[in-house]
Ligand binder design. Structure first.
Ligand SMILES: Nc1ncnc2c1ncn2[C@@H]1O[C@H](COP(=O)(O)OP(=O)(O)O)[C@@H](O)[C@H]1O
Ligand SMILES: O=C(O)C1=C[C@@H](OP(=O)(O)O)[C@@H](O)[C@H](O)C1
Ligand SMILES: [Mg+2]
Length: 184
């Protein structure tokens, strides 16, 4: 299996953390669209959004997604990558897409502990747990329609990696189409 593996899901679900471990486990390269984009732009996401607005960030994100997509690579995306229909289609066509799903309580707990505000400027102006609830209710269906597999992102990172590897391995040996083989 050399297809890229894309990790999608809400802020704080662990895409960056799990992505690094998954890449090590598969002997794949690792790229994070947010880290790549900020290095290229030589500024933080908070600065890009403050100066140019969210649409400018979203355009850079779509460009970055295409630039970093490569075989044998695990790609951690930003939580809003699935907002653009182009990105949703591109992700599904270009590799295996994994939704790291977690509850509002788990996500809000992690984001309150590690807000990383330079990478995660507010999306709504509301307190973290209210924002997480509102944004997840808008995006959950988009994550589900984009993903080939959904995993439980509330457990510890090595366990999330194990779930992803098991889902990919099961799909390889199954005759059932990927979409109907899992919750995703
Ligand atoms: N499975 C996990 N269990 C506990 N903490 C986690 C887990 N995954 C991520 N974290 C922590 O949550 C925070 C956000 O993780 P991160 O990987 O940056 O999420 P994302 O890239 O999806 O926004 C980090 O501080 C990270 O250490
Ligand atoms: O949910 C979002 O819209 C965003 C999530 C962030 O990435 P993480 O999901 O890695 O925190 C980052 O791309 C940007 O702040 C926008
Ligand atoms: Mg991240």
């Amino acid at each position: 299996m050399t297809q890229p593996i894309f990790l999608i899901g809400s802020r704080g679900c662990g895409k960056t953390t799990v992505g690094q471990k998954l890449a090590e486990a598969c002997h794949f390269d690792f790229v994070d669209t947010d880290i790549f984009l900020q290095q290229r732009a030589q500024q933080s996401i908070a600065d890009i959004v403050a100066k140019e607005g969210w649409p400018a960030f979203r355009a850079l994100e779509t460009q970055t997604l295409q630039t970093v997509t490569a075989p044998q690579t695990v790609i951690a995306t930003g939580g809003g990558i699935i907002l653009a229909p182009f990105n949703r289609d591109y992700l599904r066509k270009s590799g295996r897409v994994i939704y790291l799903k977690a509850s509002v309580a788990v996500l809000a707990g992690r984001l309150e502990a590690f807000p990383e505000e330079s990478q995660r400027p507010t999306l709504t102006g509301k307190p973290i747990s209210e924002e997480v609830r509102e944004v997840l209710s808008q995006r959950d269906a988009l994550y589900r329609e984009t993903a080939h597999f959904t995993v439980d992102a509330a457990c510890e990172p090595n366990e999330v990696v194990a779930q992803i590897l098991a889902a990919i391995a099961a799909a390889k040996t199954s005759t059932i189409p990927v979409n109907s083989a899992t919750a995703g």
